[in-house]
Design a protein around this ligand. Structure first.
Ligand code: RFL
Ligand code: PHB
Length: 391
């Protein structure tokens, strides 16, 4: 088998890269170790930044997004018993769209298959070879046969637990947080039309949604929490306490999903070795508080698709040579924003609610909601800095 770009991983990064390359006349094959049903059902991100939405529109991927996505023009920060809206439309003239990551993945798979793309699900034993000059990806296909895919370049879009990162000699920047998120998806109509980020002395809580029928909610929990330890009743009681605000009603409903997500900041530098390029979670992770993970994966592959097209079509290496540097500037902006939101909103010291850290958090929150300059900074980062911005 031979292709121009061998892509490992059919998450948002790998699938969008394949789509963007095809638009520039470049062939690719996508290898995914999970089944199609699994990647289409995996519940993850929900917030699409403005530049992400624009890119999906420009590249013909937004038909369902424009019908079903929920356009939001702000978020609320809730703390100290008060609710404070950050008005994105007023502050920066742009908003976000709430649309599940698995819906983006479904749209991408449908578009690629309609275009005759070669996406192989259920592959195993993926191994990368010849990275410095003549790349070959070895794998066992769904039918059990061992195959080799020769390619001009490899894109490692295989997420945080993939195999690609290990093939790039890199330096790691890593921070783990002393808490996790217990997330639920509930068949309950949202009662509030925007996201609520709540700083509460019992811990952070986030109110989000997926559709007019489905609410998505999160609770800060200790990092070693087993989701099974929380009954439905306990979850609803705790959410009611942490999200409480005047006039706020929480609709309860049966749970569709329940899981615990760890919190981590992680960057591997550089994002390229020879003819292997890392993109998305394979190279970097942010804690979910800033809603940046999928958006960063999408920004990476936009840069990568252009760089690879120039290289493969015009033999111009300038884009592939600057790929890692260009992406890492945006990555570090998102790392900072996500760390900042996380630090401001979580209870880092459950034993001592009068601590120095707690007072700093409350001061930062009061400043953020009362100063137009501070609120604008949050809004500009949250809705997403333009892909072309000098960062
Ligand atoms: P993915 O989505 O992990 O896809 C990688 C794919 O590679 C496959 N794979 C392999 N395939 C072949 N061979 C191997 N050896 C392989 N190893 C792995 C995997 O099966 C998978 O299909 O990475 P990608 O494409 O870089 O996309 C990144 C995003 O998925 C991630 O950043 C976001 O989900 C993070 N995230 C959020 N991002 C946002 O932008 N906004 C949000 O609101 C948001 N909320 C979240 C989140 C992540 C969460 N969790 C569960 C981690 C909320 C949560 C709870
Ligand atoms: C979500 O809806 O899943 C979501 C929203 C905002 C975040 C993280 C997750 O910051």
């Amino acid at each position: 088998m031979r292709t121009q770009v061998g892509i490992v991983g059919a998450g948002p990064a790998g699938l969008l890269l394949s789509h963007l390359l095809a638009r520039q006349g470049i062939d690719s094959v996508v290898l995914e170790c999970r089944s199609r049903a699994y990647v289409e059902q995996r519940v993850r991100a929900g917030v699409l930044e403005h530049p992400t939405v624009e890119l999906l529109r420009e590249t013909g991927l937004a038909a369902r997004l424009d019908q079903q996505g929920l356009a939001h023009e702000g978020i609320s920060l809730r703390f100290d018993g008060g609710d404070h809206r950050i008005d994105f439309a007023d502050l920066v003239g742009r908003g976000i769209v709430v649309y599940g990551q698995q819906e983006v993945v479904k749209d991408l798979i449908a578009a690629r298959l309609a275009d005759g793309a070669d996406i192989r699900f259920d592959v195993s034993d993926v191994a990368l070879d010849g990275i410095t000059d003549a790349p070959v990806i070895g794998f066992v296909d769904a039918d059990g046969k061992r195959r080799e895919l020769a390619c001009d370049v490899i894109a490692g879009c295989d997420g945080f637990h993939g195999i690609s990162r290990a093939a790039v000699p890199h330096t790691v920047h890593d921070r783990q947080y002393p808490f996790a998120w217990l997330g639920i998806l509930a068949k309950a109509a949202p009662t509030h039309h925007e996201l609520v980020y709540a700083n509460h002395e019992r811990g952070f809580s986030l109110y989000s949604m997926r559709s007019p029928e489905v609410t998505r909610l999160y609770l800060q929990v200790p990092p070693d929490t087993d989701a099974a330890d929380w009954s439905e009743a306990q979850i609803w009681d705790e959410l009611a306490v942490r999200l409480a605000a005047e006039g706020f009603v929480l609709n309860e409903g049966p749970l569709i999903e329940k899981g615990v997500t760890g919190m981590r900041s992680f960057v591997a530098e550089p994002m390229r070795h020879g003819r292997l390029f890392l993109a998305g979670d394979a190279a970097h992770i942010v804690p979910p508080t800033g809603a940046k993970g999928m958006n960063l994966a999408i920004a990476d592959v936009r840069v990568l698709a252009d760089a690879l097209a120039e290289f493969l079509r015009d033999h111009d290496e300038s884009g592939i040579d600057s790929y890692s540097r260009t992406c890492l500037r945006r990555v570090w902006r998102a790392e900072h924003f996500s760390w900042w939101m996380t630090s401001m909103l979580h209870n880092v010291d459950a034993a001592d609610t009068d601590s120095f850290t707690r007072q700093l958090q409350l001061s930062q929150l009061r400043y953020t909601v009362s100063s137009r300059a501070a609120a604008t900074s949050l809004a500009e980062n949250y809705v997403g800095l333009p892909h072309q911005a000098a960062l």
